[in-house]
Write a protein that binds this ligand. Sequence first.
Ligand code: URA
Length: 453
Amino acid sequence: SKCFISGAEACGRERGGTNMRMYDIINKKKHGEHFTKEEIQFWVEGYTRGQIPDYQVSALLMAICFQGMNEEETLALTLAMRDSGEALDLSKITGIKVDKHSTGGVGDKTSLVLTPMIAALGIPVAKMSGRGLGHTGGTIDKLECFPGFSTELSEEKFYETVNQTKMAIMSQTANLAPADQKLYALRDVTATVDQISLIAASIMSKKLAANADAIVLDVKTGNGAFMKSEEDAFALAREMVRIGQNAGKQISAVITDMDQPLGAAVGNSLEVKEAILALNGLGPKDIMEVVYGLGTELVLAAGKAEYPEAAKELLRGTIQSKSALHKFAEFVKAQGGNMDLVYQPELLPVGRIQLQVLNTEEGYVSQILAEEIGLASLALGGGRITKESKIDLSVGILLNKKRGDRVQPGETLATVFANDMEKAKEAYGRVVRAYQFQDKPMAEIPMIKGIVR
Ligand code: URA
């Protein structure tokens, strides 16, 4: 038999008079043909309900990797995944609700800085976030550095918090695009993650289910990102923006550098400290460039300014007046966390072992391989190898030297914060490997590579 699932429902289903079989759908893509919307709905629904087995969907995903999907197929896949669960109903929140998403990076604490700046301008931020996986970090883990902080909010509490505080961040619920959750886990183990249409549909299905009116996407490019080349990052950005527009959202994507970690801190508690410094007006230049780039898009989308320069001016004002810092403290308190730490970040936990990585070269730092630094943090216990891993919030790496810095032998390149000497040594080795040098000074590389609107 060509059908491996028992039962009429699984072998084929009547849809508009056509009897569909998974075998035919796989075969169709294998030969480079295009799916109909009904075929996509058939396999997404069937897989989510457990009626189509992993091995058939694995074969299909691999065929998609080789043959690709066109715009209509990608949109249909996104909408089928969005509709596999329940979308949030943000109509209970007043105003133009905004959301921000990053495709994943190392040292990326942008959300912690940007969201209170936006909320301080009175723009409601309704954000769903994830935890870190592999070498990339996640906002939820960082927020859990504040004792008592909870992201497991009921929908009602989420709406209420955004209405009162102008911002709330909750973890993704099990019923948010469950098809994506199942498909992502399968892609992760079948080498089918890095296909642009699949990534676009995966990210956008969750963003559409989270249902904000305006969305800004931070599409990272470089050695620490999913999209290593700028060309691929732009292609992903264009695909996601097109999907968002087709679904009636105001959306733009900012393509930003991830050839070295963002800022100096990598590791949950260290990153929170750096974000608090940024809210106090002491943010590293690269972080602030990304924050202002993304923020400008949101302020324009929310109709608070007509021109980018005016939007930036408003955003700068939230740092100068400390209104963003106070908004952050208010938000931490509203979600149950100890807001005193926002004003006393020195009380956040740091690893008790501190190893300095000393430089042996003379020259200029040409690159800091972000993935290698992310893996060093993972080795320290600061990241997750599997979804169930418990993480140590106090460990990480502080980069004392960044790209373009002149270095002399004996200077400290970076500091490793650990709680276990063996792990510290492993991380030390990775940090040494991450640093690359050149003889000549280099021109500054802009953080923002472009914007897709
Ligand atoms: N992030 C997602 O949510 N999905 C992908 O496919 C890749 C990155």
